[in-house]
Design a protein around this ligand. Structure first.
Ligand code: UDP
Ligand code: MG
Length: 312
C-alpha cells in the first residue's frame, strides 16, 4: 500500500477550497477504486490567510481524517508553503497542487503511474499555452526562461508549473536544500532525478484571484537568477574590463590630439556624457554585487523558512 500526500498551499482561498476538495475527492476516489494499491491524504498549508481559509480547512478536517494542515503565523509565500508541505508530508509519494484547480487533478493518476510503473522519480507539468494571460507577461516569462537556461547550468522548462509528484527520495533531496531564498523550480532542476513532463492547456482559476502581479513575478525571477547563477557578477567584472580597455584607447587618442592640435578648451558636453554614463554603469555593477550581498546576508542569518502556528 502506498500513501500519496497531496500538498496544497493556500493563501486566501476560501472561495476555491470547497470546490477543490470536492473535485480531488472525486478524482482520487475513482483512482483508489481502480488501483487498490494507493491511498491519499490531503495536507493543506494555510499561508497566513486573512479570510475563512483556515476555518474551512478545519471543518474539512472534522469530517474527514485524511485531511491535515499546517497553519503559518503569517504569510510566508508559496515557496515556504511548498517547503512546509514537503517537510510535514508522510507519503511515499508527494504531490504539490494549487488550490484553485488550475492544476487538473485528472492528470494525477497518469502522473502517479509514471513513477510507479515507468520508474520515473518525478512527474511534472507544464502548460503549452499561456491563454488568458496578458501578452506582455507571456513575453517576459519566455525571455526569463531563455536567459535562465543560458546563464545557468540548470534546464528549467518553459511554462513549468509547480504541479508535480515526487518520490520520497526526491522529496528528501529537496528538503536537504535548506536555503532561505527559495526558488523551487531551480531546486527541482538542481537535485536532478528523472522527470517525465506532462503538457496541458492553461485554464482559469475556478474562484478567487491570482496572488501574483507583474512586479512580484519580476522579483521572483530575480530570485531565480541570483539564487542559481553568478553570471551577473562575471558580467559586471567584464563590463569593468571593457571600459578600462576603452579608457586606454581614449587616453592615447587625447594625448595624440593634444600634441597635434594644442589644447583648446572644448569637449565639455562629451565629458559630461561620459561621466554620467560611467556613473550609471558603476552604480549598476555595484547594485548587482549588492544583490548577492543581500542574499548572502539573509542566508547567514539562517532564519526558519516558515513558522507554524498550529498543525494537525
Ligand atoms: N499561494 C500561497 N501563498 C502565497 C501566494 C499564493 O500559498 O503567498 C498559493 C495560492 O493559494 C494557490 C497557489 O499558491 O493555491 C498559486 O497561487 P495563484 O493561483 O495565485 O498563482 P497563479 O496560479 O496565478 O500562478
Ligand atoms: Mg492559480
Amino acid at each position: 500500500m502506498s500513501l500519496l500526500t497531496i500538498v496544497v498551499p493556500c493563501y486566501n482561498e476560501e472561495a476555491a477550497l470547497p470546490l477543490f476538495y470536492e473535485e480531488i475527492c472525486r478524482t482520487m476516489g475513482d483512482f483508489e477504486n481502480t488501483d487498490a494499491d494507493v491511498v491519499f491524504e490531503l495536507l493543506f498549508i494555510d499561508d497566513g490567510s486573512k479570510d475563512k481559509t483556515l476555518e474551512i480547512i478545519k471543518s474539512l478536517r472534522e469530517k474527514d481524517d485524511r485531511v491535515h494542515y499546517v497553519s503559518f503565523s503569517r504569510n510566508f509565500g508559496k515557496e515556504a508553503g511548498i517547503y512546509a508541505g514537503l517537510e510535514n508530508s508522510k507519503g511515499d509519494y508527494v504531490v504539490i497542487m494549487d488550490a484553485d484547480l488550475q492544476d487538473p487533478p485528472s492528470l494525477l493518476p497518469e502522473m502517479y503511474k509514471a513513477l510507479k510503473e515507468e520508474g520515473y522519480d518525478s512527474a511534472a507539468t507544464r502548460r503549452v499555452t499561456r491563454k488568458g494571460e496578458p501578452p506582455v507577461r507571456s513575453f517576459f516569462a519566455r525571455q526569463f526562461y531563455k536567459i535562465m537556461n543560458k546563464m545557468t547550468d540548470l534546464q528549467i522548462m518553459d511554462g513549468a508549473r509547480d504541479y508535480r509528484i515526487m518520490t520520497r527520495t526526491m522529496v528528501n533531496a529537496v528538503l536537504d536544500m535548506k536555503e532561505y531564498n527559495r526558488f523551487t523550480k531551480g531546486i527541482y532542476s538542481w537535485v536532478g532525478f528523472n522527470t517525465k513532463w506532462f503538457d496541458y492547456e492553461n485554464r482559469e482559476r475556478v474562484a478567487g484571484e491570482t496572488k501574483w502581479n507583474f512586479w512580484k513575478l519580476f522579483l521572483y525571477s530575480l530570485e531565480g537568477f541570483v539564487g542559481f547563477s553568478t553570471a551577473p557578477l562575471t558580467l559586471a567584472a567584464l563590463i569593468g574590463l571593457v571600459f578600462t580597455l576603452l579608457s586606454f584607447v581614449m587616453i592615447i587618442f587625447i594625448i595624440v590630439r593634444t600634441l597635434i592640435y594644442g589644447d583648446p578648451t572644448s569637449g565639455w558636453p562629451s565629458m559630461i556624457c561620459i561621466i554620467v554614463f560611467l556613473a550609471g554603469v558603476q552604480l549598476f555593477c555595484i547594485g548587482v554585487v549588492g544583490q548577492y550581498l543581500a542574499k548572502t546576508y539573509l542566508e547567514t542569518k539562517a532564519r526558519p523558512i516558515y513558522i507554524a502556528r498550529e498543525k494537525e
